[in-house]
Every structure is written in C-alpha cells, then in structure tokens.
Design a protein around this ligand. Structure first.
Ligand code: NOJ
Ligand code: CA
Length: 673
C-alpha cells in the first residue's frame, strides 16, 4: 500500500500534467485544478464559473464530460452555487487486495486523488469537499460535508450533479421507477433518454464505452439520471422518500461515489473494478464463511404452477419433497437447496399482505428441524427463504429471531424478497428508507454468519466488498420471466445486454439452467434460448451463488446437465475475448485455486460462427476440453433442445471453432490433464 501526500513532489508532477489554463499556483497544499489517472490518459478538471462549481473529464486528449455543475440543494441551503475553492490537495494510492470470492482473486486499486476544499459563501457559509479519484479505467467523485456550526441537520431536496456527455451516442437503459429494475433494456440516443436508473451504459465516438453509476450507497438515496432539456447533459435524480425529500440526515455526510467507467470495448466495462475499489474494505474480520456455491430449489415448480407456495394439495415445501431435493443435491454435488413457501403467511394475496409472514414458524407439513438435520447428514445446506411482500417493518421485528433460528440449524444462506412496489406501503425500494432497511438486513445477517441473496433489492453499488455476505441479488428481469411473463419471456438479446448494464452493478441471481421449455401454466412463455445457451449462461452471467433453475426431474437423462452441475462459481480470473452489446458475448473464467477454465459464448437471435483462441491457457500444458454446442438443426425458436458434446485435447495454441445457433450458445469446460 502506498499513500503519498508530499506537497511539493505532487505539485510538480501534477503541474506538469496540467493541460488547461485553469492551473493554479502551488501555494500551500493546493497544486492544480487537474488530476490525471496513473497512466495519464484520463483527466479531471475542477473550477468555478460565477460561483458555480463544475468539473470536466477528458480521455486521450478528447472531452468526455463537458462543463458539468456540482450542486446539492438542501432545506438548510445549497452548496455548489456560490462557491469558492479554498484548497486543493493531491495524493496517490496503489494497493492490491484480495477478494474472498469474485470474478478474480486480486484487484488493483490505483488512483490519483484530488481533494477540493470549498466554501459555500453567503449569510451562513458552509464548508464542504469534493473528492475525485482518477483511475486508469474511470473516475469516481463524492461530496463530503463535515460537521460544522452552520450545518447540523441535512435535508437534501435535490442533488444536481451533472454529467454533460460530450457528444450524443447510444444508451442502454431501463426506466428509473419500474418494479425492482425488472425491465428489458432499451436502446436509444443519449439525447432521447427519459429518467433512467443507473448503471447507464453508453457508447460515444464510435468506440468509447461509458457507464455511469454510483459506489458505496450508504444512508442516502439511490441515484437515477434525468436529461436536461433533451440534450446529452444528464443530471442526478435521487429516488425520493414519500415526503418528497431525498435524504434526511445529519452532518457529517458523505454522498455515494458518482462513478464513470470508460473503456474501449464492452469487455473493458465488465472487467473494471472501480466500483469495488470505491467501497470500504471488508468489515467482516474473517469472511471465510461467505462461501460461493451452486444450489437447486423447490422454486420453478411454483412458477410453473405444479406446486403452490401456500399449503394445500400441491404444496411444494413438504418435508418429503425437500428430502428428495436434498438427495438430488447430494448426489450431484450441489451445496444448497432453496425451499420457498415453507413458512406461514403465503395464503391469499401474499404480496399485498406481507405483514402476515412469519419467519420462524413453518407450515405443519414442513419439519424444519428434521430437514436441516437430514441436509446436514448429506453434506448439503438448506437455503432459507424470507419473502417479505415488501413489509420491511414486519421483517425487521422478526429478523433477530429468524436469523438466530437459521444459525442454530446450520442454515447459512437466506434468499430475501420484497415483492411489492412499495416498502411498508409507502416507500420506494431505492429510497433512503429502502437503503437503510437493506443495510440493516446485511449487517444483522453477518452477525449470524448468514449470506444474503436479495431479490427485489436496491440497485447494487459494490457493497459486497465491505460485506461479502451480500453475495448476490436479483434486481433485473431474471429467468423467472421465462415462466410467467405474458410477453413470452426474456427475448434472446436480453442476456447479451445484462452483463454490460445491470451486471456492472454487481452479481446477478439470474438462475439459468432450465432444460424443459414446456409451459402448461403460461403457454407460449419459455426461455427464448437453446439449451446450450442455458449452459453458457452459467459462465456469462456472474454470480457467486448460482441456482440451477429447473425442477430436478427435468435433468434426468440429460448428459449436458454435467456442465451445469459442475461449473464453478468462484474465479481467479475473468476474460472477455469478444462482445457486442445486445448481440453476442464470450466469457472465459479460470476456476479459483485450480488450473481449469470455463467458457460461455452466447448470441442473440442471429446465429454466428466464431472461434475460441486458447492463448489464455498457460503455455506447455495439455487440457481436456468438453465442448457443449448447439446440435444439428438447433435454434431457439423451432428446436431448442439438441446439444452436441465433444471432447478434445487443447493447449494454448489451439483454436476451437464454435457454431452458435440462432439464439444459441456454447459452453466449454477446459480441465488440466
Ligand atoms: C420473486 C422472486 O424473484 C422469485 O425468485 C420468488 O420465487 C418470488 N418472488 C416469491 O418469493
Ligand atoms: Ca423478482
């Protein structure tokens, strides 16, 4: 770890790097109004215009963000509108830290920081800082408002941070207030955006990919982006509380980091760890109990209406059925079995009456003690389920008892759910109210050594660095839509967009692995993929916990199940050999602590021929590659089932030809011989 704050040295290097006329003289610790990335490619400038605080961003000598104002309007007065820059200090930081689990083991956190001390002038002057961190792959900045006499209570009415994107381009977005981010991404010019949530992915200048988002969302409202007058100038729109206020708190206040990732190809966005680097280091002393893994569930059966969540003749969560799933899990190397509908409260319109849920009382036909003991003997864990129906208060009241019960019974993973547009009938999931609730759940779960898989969350912001027990979340249109969505399910391009949009925010519990596309419950709705693409999604869509979605019967007699069953969920390294957002993507991952490599290649509706260049393999080693591709005549629409399996020997000089059917995919397990 290296942190340098030596004023003179910094002043000289920073002054040498400055390219704008805004350069200030190097008095006291203030050096320059410009900070550059360690590789010198990205620059940020700060200044004031008629008292308004602004910044700009450039990359490789070209503007990326034009003059963009920085301001927060508070009931207690604004900042950023009548500002005087008092001091600017520069420092550098470089360390490599290890993730307990993730898409790679080691993450380099290397940036140059510019800390800008500002006075908001007026009758009641206020002090604040804007802190910029400039990385080789982008920029993060946040507001810091220290404790001070003129500002104790803080009521944010609006945060007016701007991102004036230097030119128009393509944007991939979803609307800001749609149900739990479960929406298909829309493509539009940046200048035609409506209010959208972040991450907002964009492409400008033919080959520059940008993603706007936030990191470390703590006791604040989640960020959305809204265009200013049909231009490419975007402004933050914080998710409001029911009172209309955005954030109600006290000084000291730190906003989340506003983040801008930049890359020359879509893969570069995916491989950026800027979001994680802008979160605090791990707060859990020994996170070794936060274990990645694979699970199956008494789940798809409910969505197919073969089972019910509530009690009755088709109740899915019975002791016998759960034991059957536990046996299957043990035989096939799964770590866990999720069982939904085990607890009292599912009867009637559960999503409207969440207050009825008990998180400690099981239905009489589900013997929690017997099941957890049975699972323990088989080396499998029950995965707990807490659907709250959005009744956050009801959950908070029971949380301590519920987590204690699970901890005592060896249940160390809980899937939570919030199926309701509003929490407690009044507040949006992404509001400060929701943010506080979700944090409470993560922190309490950690005390009981429980990891969380949160469905219907607030958009992730990299908090898993600090709380590695926040392992995965839904917060997107997952595979459940392929069971019951009246529009026929997720279209073929959806999974070619997710890794570059929602996926930039954090792991996704998408639940790939459906093998049987017959749907009596909602005819015409199904996974709009081939089966080979279902296999590939296990690699493409990153999650440390991956559920194989289908009912266990549907895996019987299917040799391709081997890939789903054995594909790891924790990695040393990730590569993106090729990607075009919305069209295709190939991802290569190296298994954590093993010289085995897994590949997923997917395409949208159009088939494609491609080739996997194996030069990522260490030289001089031989490997067995088991290649699962779309079989003869396969296509997502007409004939999704054929899968061809071939075994070949490969080394770093090999090139594996892959034919992907329309809406198809390929999955490869490359294991060291
Ligand atoms: C929505 C979740 O996404 C799904 O996985 C779950 O089965 C239902 N809620 C019921 O909790
Ligand atoms: Ca959901």
């Amino acid at each position: 770890m290296k942190k340098s704050t030596t004023t003179i040295a910094i002043c000289l290097t920073a002054a040498a790097a400055a390219t704008t006329p805004m350069l200030q003289s190097c008095l006291k610790s203030s050096a320059t109004t410009r900070a550059v990335s360690p590789d010198g490619k990205i620059g940020v400038n700060i200044g004031t215009k008629e008292g308004r605080l602004f910044y700009t961003v450039d990359r490789a000598g070209e503007a990326v963000v034009d003059t963009s104002y920085l301001a927060i309007r508070m009931l207690e007065g604004s900042i950023g509108e009548n500002s005087r820059i008092n001091d600017i200090s520069h420092s550098s930081f470089d360390e490599t830290w290890t993730q307990p689990w993730g898409e790679e083991r080691d993450v380099r956190n290397n940036y140059n920081e510019m800390r800008v001390a500002v006075t908001e002038q007026g009758d009641s002057p206020k002090e604040f800082f804007v802190v910029f961190r400039v990385f080789d792959d982008g920029v993060g900045f946040r507001y810091e408002i220290p404790e001070q006499q003129n500002l104790t209570k803080v009521t944010v009415i609006d945060e007016n941070t701007e991102f004036a994107i230097a030119e128009d381009g393509v944007a991939w977005s979803i609307p800001w207030n749609h149900e739990y981010y479960e929406h298909l991404y829309e493509t539009s010019p940046i200048s035609r955006l409506d209010t959208v949530c972040s991450p907002l992915t964009m492409k400008i200048k033919d080959s520059l990919y940008l993603a706007l988002h936030e990191a470390n969302l703590t006791d604040y409202a989640s960020m959305n982006l809204t265009p200013v007058g049909g231009s490419t100038r975007l402004r933050t729109y914080l998710t409001p509380l029911s009172t209309g206020e955005k954030v109600v708190t006290e000084t000291p206040v730190q906003s989340p980091w506003r983040t801008l990732i930049m890359a020359e190809n879509p893969g570069g966005l995916m491989l950026s760890r800027l979001m994680l680097n802008l979160n605090e280091p791990c707060a859990i002393e020994d996170p070794s109990w936060c274990k990645p893994g694979r699970y199956i569930g008494i789940w798809w059966g409910m969505h197919m209406k073969d089972y019910t969540w509530e009690q009755g003749p088709k109740h899915g969560a019975t002791t016998d059925n759960t034991k059957r799933y536990i046996d299957f899990a043990a035989e096939n190397g799964y770590d866990g079995v999720l069982v939904e509908g085990w607890n009292k409260g599912w009867d009637g319109d559960w999503s409207a009456n969440g207050d009825k849920f008990s998180f400690t009382e099981a239905y009489p036909d589900f013997d929690l003690e017997e099941i957890t003991e049975y699972a323990r003997l088989k080396g499998v864990s029950l995965i707990g389920h807490h659907e709250t129906g959005g009744a956050a208060q009801n959950y908070e009241k029971q949380m301590e008892d519920a987590f204690s019960l699970y901890e005592r019974l060896g249940v160390n993973c809980v899937k939570t759910g919030y199926v309701n547009l509003l929490l407690d009938g009044k507040e949006l999931h992404g509001s400060q109210y929701g943010v506080r609730h979700y944090r409470k759940v993560i922190e309490n779960a950690a005390k009981h050594h429980i990891v969380i898989d949160n469905h219907e969350p607030v958009m992730p912001t990299g908090l898993q660095r600090t709380y590695p027990n926040l392992m995965t979340q839904e917060g997107m249109r997952g595979q459940e839509y392929d069971a019951w969505s009246p529009d026929g399910g997720n279209p073929p391009e959806h999974t070619c967009v997710l890794p570059f949009t929602r996926g930039l925010a954090g792991p996704m519990d998408f639940t790939p692995g459906t093998f049987n596309f017959t749907n009596k419950a909602q005819p015409g709705t199904r996974p709009n993929t081939t089966v080979a693409k279902q296999l590939a999604l296990a690699v493409v869509i990153y999650s440390p916990l991956v559920m194989s979605s289908d009912q266990i019967e549907n895996y019987a007699g299917r040799p391709e199940f081997e890939f789903i069953r054995t594909c790891p969920t924790n990695w040393d390294k990730t590569l993106v050999p090729e990607a075009k957002i919305g069209e295709y993507v190939t991802i290569v991952r190296k298994e954590r602590d093993a010289d085995n490599w897994y590949v997923g290649a997917i395409t949208a509706s159009n088939g494609r021929d491609t080739e996997l260049d194996c030069s990522f393999l260490p030289k001089g080693q031989r490997y067995k590659a088991t290649v699962y591709t779309d079989g003869k005549g396969a296509s997502w629409k007409e004939n999704p089932y054929p899968v061809e399996i071939a075994e070949i020997e490969v080394d770093s000089a090999s090139r594996i030809p892959l034919r992907l059917a329309d809406g198809g995919g390929a999955a490869i397990a490359i294991t060291r011989i």
